[in-house]
Design a protein around this ligand. Structure first.
Ligand SMILES: Cc1ncc(COP(=O)(O)O)c(C=O)c1O
Length: 462
């Protein structure tokens, strides 16, 4: 009897994706690692995509995939949705340009639309990414409180901002106890001062949070949190309410980073599900319809700090009658803030979502159940975590996943191996990443995915 050769998924991958490899070799000549964003990298090299439509995309070798990465969750209508396309064409035709560099109508229309779902965002500012939105939110908190440290949670990502690029993905060996996590930098090029100043909190552990926050209350401007960790780990019962009470009592502002979750976990975000009102909220991804966009909003008295009517502004040549002497307005600017074309795309996205979101969530729930059934049939422990139109597939026997460390204890190597094996069956997410569904993921695509799983799971994991 001949023993069948065990084929590593990378071997199949390299055979099918020679054009992606050739592309990456060219890209490496002009970009570090061939990348414009480190997050796009995976081994042995990422797929280079050439064309997309609906829920599918095609790589440079012509291979077809059902895309579950969906622009890291941004494309909730799928690729190239006609309503978004038309709205953008209309914006250009009606306005005659795509950038005014002045106030314009869509800025207010979008703000009102966001407030319909996020009433906590009493006043709103636009930025060009989730990262920029968080940069503004933390500065607003500092201006409001006169304190200069920000506490963040272990395992939470808020963009590449020095003070927040700490303990996003710490190795367990360096991170100390869960109840009092050490700060671990996530990047080269960060000063030791940034790490020394970082205050790290454990998710879903209100008692430890209360202790750490009490200890640092005099230096803390704000706590920033992904209220659904990584967009997929739910807060325990009353955790967010307790965090709200603790921060209020200690005079620390609470920032909800809902960049991943706004209009994806629920139209009203995690704050809507759990009925908790943060002081400031940042959103991005879906609300920009797949374009670079970020939004900060919150209590008027905090947001007002950035009003140019308030005090001297670095570029202002004149003072306003309301100006209070010796007070600087918090500086926030950006050539492209409130970009008309992006606002048109975002508004068109929300138009469609308003009627489609509920059925998208129902389809996602059914799909998760079917996936679980397949793993059960093959006797492989698996759990999906998430909410709304986003979830993660975890290979684990654990019943409860409460925070980053529980997540780390799952079998990530096998998950990545499975994901690469699924490529060959035409199913794509970046290995190890979340599944983000879109309204374009129809029954046929979901069925094709389930059939692929049914075939690949035993091949890859048994
Ligand atoms: C929760 C969260 N905050 C902030 C960001 C940064 O957003 P952007 O990539 O638009 O800068 C991300 C990106 O994934 C995110 O998931």
């Amino acid at each position: 009897m001949t023993i069948p050769k065990v084929v590593h998924p990378d071997e199949v991958y390299t055979e099918r994706t020679t054009e992606s490899l050739a592309h990456m070799e060219r890209a490496r000549e002009v970009m570090p690692g061939g990348m414009t964003a480190n997050i796009k990298h995976f081994t042995p090299y990422p797929l280079a995509i050439q064309r997309a439509e609906g829920c599918r995309f095609y790589d440079m070798d012509g291979n077809e995939y059902i895309d579950y990465l969906m622009g890291y969750g941004s494309l909730i209508l799928g690729h190239g949705h006609p309503h978004v396309r038309e709205a953008m064409m209309r914006q250009i035709e009606e306005d005659g340009t795509w950038l005014f560099g002045t106030p314009h109508e869509r800025e207010v229309t979008m703000a009102r639309r966001i407030q319909k779902y996020f009433p906590s965002m009493e006043q709103i500012r636009y930025a060009n990414s989730g990262t920029e939105a968080n940069l503004l939110a933390t500065r607003l908190a500092m201006a409001r409180t006169g304190k200069y440290k920000i506490a963040k949670f272990e395992g939470h990502y808020h963009g590449a901002i020095d003070s927040l690029l700490v303990s996003v993905h710490p190795p367990q060996t360096d991170a100390g106890f869960h109840e009092g996590p050490h700060a671990v930098p996530d990047s080269g090029g960060m000063s030791s001062e940034v790490v020394d100043n970082a205050i790290i909190l454990p998710f879903n552990d209100a008692k430890s949070c209360a202790r750490i926050l009490e200890q640092h209350k005099d230096e803390l401007a704000a706590v920033i949190i992904e209220p659904m960790e990584g967009g997929v780990i739910a807060p325990k019962s009353h955790f967010l309410q307790k965090l709200r009470q603790i921060t209020e009592k200690l005079g620390i502002l609470l920032i909800f980073d809902e960049v991943k979750t706004a209009f994806r976990t629920a139209m009203e975000g995690v704050q809507g599900i759990y009925n908790v009102t943060p002081d400031l909220t940042t959103i991005g991804k879906v609300v920009g319809g797949g374009f670079p966009f970020g939004v900060v909003g919150g209590k008027a008295e905090i947001m007002e700090r950035s009003s140019p009517l308030r005090g001297s502004d670095i570029f202002a040549g004149e003072s306003s009658p309301e100006q209070q002497p010796c007070e600087k307005a918090l500086f926030h600017s950006g050539t492209y803030n409130g970009h008309p074309l992006i606002l048109a795309a975002g508004l068109a996205t929300l138009d469609i979502l308003e009627s489609e979101f509920e059925s998208l969530v129902m389809r996602t729930d059914r799909f998760r159940e079917e996936l679980s059934r397949i793993f059960k049939k093959h006797g492989i422990p698996m759990k999906t975590v998430g909410s709304g139109a986003m979830f993660s597939v975890l290979l684990t026997e654990r019943n409860e996943i409460n925070h980053y460390r529980d997540m780390q204890a799952c079998d990530h190597d096998s998950r990545k191996k499975l994901d690469k094996s699924l490529f060959e069956a035409g199913v794509y997410t970046k290995p190890g990443n979340r599944y983000s569904l879109s309204v374009a993921h129809d029954d046929q695509a979901l069925m094709q995915t389930l059939q692929a799983y049914d075939r690949v799971v035993p091949e890859a994991l048994l």
